[in-house]
Design a protein around this ligand. Structure first.
Ligand code: ATP
Length: 239
């Protein structure tokens, strides 16, 4: 039998007024894997993530994480369970230094002991952040701000890292760099759920992928199989 998923979503529906943005979807995330949810602009990807983080009201459905029903928990409780969403790159606190931003990421944690070690880990993943540790976050490039946002989330010691389009607005070479680092973070044991419009790059690093179209999951397979799927190629990879 397959292992119990780390996170299991069943029948998730989210509506904005009369608009049903997510129309009853099922998916699961397995420990130690990268799972991606890909789809076009407006498919409902961000809404799905907001629902997992408890930041939007669910019209229906259940969310089980590590054996617990977290579907009705407040956002801060969900974070305390280890489900941490990377803030948008631009949400870094621009008038604080890079190091201060990273330290803020650890504020929800009870154990203070290993923070210095975690800071070193983040700096080892993103040497640019170490070089700029004492500079203001507002002076970072877009790519560096995305790195900082990821680093800050890692400082919260997540069990599951959620990312909403980390590639957005970044040059292809920077996207590759960030995705390579996500792979490295995953290899170190962290489970990742990546929501992306950059379908090719996301499927390349994902163990498993789901394709969302107008609020419904229309395909689910390994990342590799989806990359090779003619329907995915036609619709999302330019044929
Ligand atoms: P994007 O990549 O543009 O964020 P997405 O796949 O993440 O797209 P969502 O942002 O989840 O899609 O949006 C899904 C649908 O819900 C869209 O039709 C969108 O217009 C609608 N929607 C999203 N947020 C709201 C809101 N706050 N109020 C009303 N409708 C919304």
């Amino acid at each position: 039998a397959a292992a119990t998923p780390l996170l299991q979503v069943n029948g998730l529906k989210v509506s904005y007024g009369h608009i049903e943005a997510v129309k009853g979807i099922d998916f699961e995330l397995h420990e130690g894997q990268i799972t991606t949810l890909v789809g076009a602009n407006g498919a409902g990807k961000s809404t799905t993530l907001l629902a997992l983080s408890g930041l939007t009201k669910k019209a229906a459905g259940s969310v089980r994480f590590a054996g617990e029903d977290i579907g009705a928990l407040a956002p801060h409780k969900i974070v305390s369970r280890g489900v941490v969403q990377v803030a948008e790159g631009r949400a870094t606190l621009t008038t604080l230094t890079v190091r201060e931003n990273l330290e803020l990421g650890a504020y929800t944690r009870k154990d203070r002991g290993s923070r210095a070690r975690d800071l070193d880990y983040v700096y080892s993943l993103f040497p640019r952040l170490k070089e700029r540790a004492d500079g203001l976050a507002g002076n970072l490039s877009g790519g560096e701000q995305q790195m900082l946002a990821i680093g800050r989330a890692l400082m919260a010691k997540p069990r599951l890292l959620l990312l909403d389009e980390p590639s957005m607005g970044l040059a292809p070479i920077i996207v590759q760099d960030i995705f390579r680092t996500l792979r490295e973070i995953n290899k170190a044991g962290l489970t990742i759920f990546l929501v992306e419009q950059n379908v090719r790059q996301a499927l390349k690093i994902a163990d498993r992928g789901y394709v969302l179209e107008t609020g419904k999951i229309v395909m689910a397979d390994s990342g590799r199989a989806l990359l090779g799927n003619p329907k995915v190629q036609d619709a999302y990879l330019g044929g």
